[in-house]
Design a protein around this ligand. Structure first.
Ligand SMILES: Cc1cc2nc3c(=O)[nH]c(=O)nc-3n(C[C@H](O)[C@H](O)[C@H](O)COP(=O)(O)OP(=O)(O)OC[C@H]3O[C@@H](n4cnc5c(N)ncnc54)[C@H](O)[C@@H]3O)c2cc1C
Length: 381
């Protein structure tokens, strides 16, 4: 049976989110943060208090034991106001917490999940290297065994939120001479460990999510920094991707809805040749196409969230959800810019921010080409 109605818990959670957004993130504050490049780390304690960071986790770890759909609804609602705020929730819940739940040991879960849920810890994924982007398995950062732990040597790049995080999740080659996906292990490295050097990278969008190039110069970590099974790190990372893809789909859907709202309002209000520009069929059809893509994104998201909530295998659905939602967002912002024309091009316009930010998402977190490969592979051509 398909039931799209929301539970009373989901409704109250969304009402609480709306109140929070009205108080802490009104539109002018979102614009101010974007202009001043202010990351959203200060919002984590508020998100914790609202219960958002603990939504899908077992009450044994301090979570609410809610469904993934509830998390998706909340992320979508937050992203409708500010993409950067939804993305920090994703980093804590879909990446940090679910990495521990998927391949951390019990001691690591007990230690870190309550801190993540309380907004006191933040993990950044340090996977990409200068020569290893799409082909992440060609990484050369290595981890060498030393007495009582490991020594990490190498370089990672484009790592989001690395400086604001409490820890970096670092996949590194732990088996000497190994190639490809074999012999890689994952380490939880304190961000301020001696030997770590970070340089901020300048970029065109996502101003509130700073990116860093990171050098690891003989960085020492203890044995208990190893996450999961030694040598199985690559499959560990792959095992959590559907969570972050669902989160990205939720955030992209919310942001696409926001961009559509801005375009619709402008099409109704802006008058040229004596009538609202939206009354021209060319623009009306474009807006109709934008609406259809946003709805498709949302349905894809809800289906994926339902699959995750029911522990169903969903590699293909997660990959296609990521493609559908990120390309819907790019379609809506691209055409939104055309509909707003000069009104969208000014730095005060919300459309230009969403348009700049959206450009990342068809190649960030696994390029859409690779997602299509993944979908095609499951079609057994
Ligand atoms: C703002 C920002 C934030 C980021 N945050 C993080 C982060 O927090 N952590 C992290 O680890 N990384 C992060 N990244 C890195 C991001 O994940 C990579 O940019 C992405 O994986 C693509 O790698 P690349 O840029 O090196 O592109 P490349 O791998 O050089 O690819 C270039 C193009 O070639 C295509 N291509 C490559 N191989 C194939 C193939 N076999 N078939 C078809 N097409 C192919 C790609 O799809 C892409 O279109 C971030 C990047 C940016 C810009």
């Amino acid at each position: 049976m398909i039931d799209f109605s929301l539970t009373s818990e989901q409704k109250s959670m969304l009402e609480a989110v709306d109140r929070f957004l009205a108080n802490r993130l009104p539109p002018e504050e979102v614009r101010r943060r974007d202009r001043a490049h202010v990351p959203p780390y200060d919002l984590l304690p508020d998100f914790a208090e609202l219960g958002i960071l603990g939504l899908p986790f077992d009450p044994a770890y301090g979570g609410l034991g809610e469904s993934w759909l509830t998390l998706a609804l909340v992320q979508e609602r937050i992203a409708e106001r500010a993409y950067f705020a939804a993305s920090i929730v994703s980093r804590v819940v879909a990446f940090g917490g679910m990495s521990l739940m998927s391949y951390g040991n019990e001691a690591q879960r007990k230690k870190w999940i309550p801190q993540l849920i309380a907004g006191k810890a933040l993990f950044a994924l340090a996977l990409t290297e200068p020569q290893a982007g799409t082909d992440a398995s060609s990484m050369t950062t290595r981890a060498e065994r030393v007495a009582g732990g490991w020594k990490i040597i190498g370089r990672k790049t484009w790592i989001s939120d690395a400086k604001g995080a409490s820890h970096l999740v670092v996949p590194a080659r732990s088996e000497k001479g190994s190639k490809g996906t074999r012999g890689i292990s994952v380490f939880l490295v304190p961000r301020d460990a001696p030997g770590i050097a970070m340089t901020v990278l300048e970029k065109v969008g996502n101003n509130c999510m700073p990116s860093f190039d990171i050098g690891f110069d003989d960085v020492l970590v203890d044995d208990d920094a190893l996450l999961g099974v030694e040598g199985k790190g690559f499959s560990h990372i792959l095992s959590t991707l559907h969570y972050s893809r669902a989160s990205m789909c939720a955030a992209a859907t919310g942001c696409a809805q926001a961009a559509l709202n801005v375009a619709l309002a402008h099409a109704r209000e802006r008058v040229q040749f004596g009538r609202p520009i939206g009354s021209n069929q060319t623009l009306a059809h474009r807006l109709a196409d934008m609406q259809m893509r946003v709805d498709q994104s949302r349905l894809t998201l809800w289906h994926l969230a339902w699959m995750i909530s029911n522990d169903m295998p969903c590699r293909r659905e997660a990959a296609q959800a990521k493609v559908i939602a990120t390309e819907a967002l790019q379609y809506v912002t691209q055409h939104g810019m055309q509909i707003l024309a000069s009104a969208g091009y000014g730095i005060e316009s919300d459309m230009q921010r969403m348009w700049r930010d959206a450009r990342l998402f068809s190649f960030g977190e696994g390029t859409n080409e690779i997602q299509r490969d993944l979908v095609a592979r499951e079609l057994r051509l």
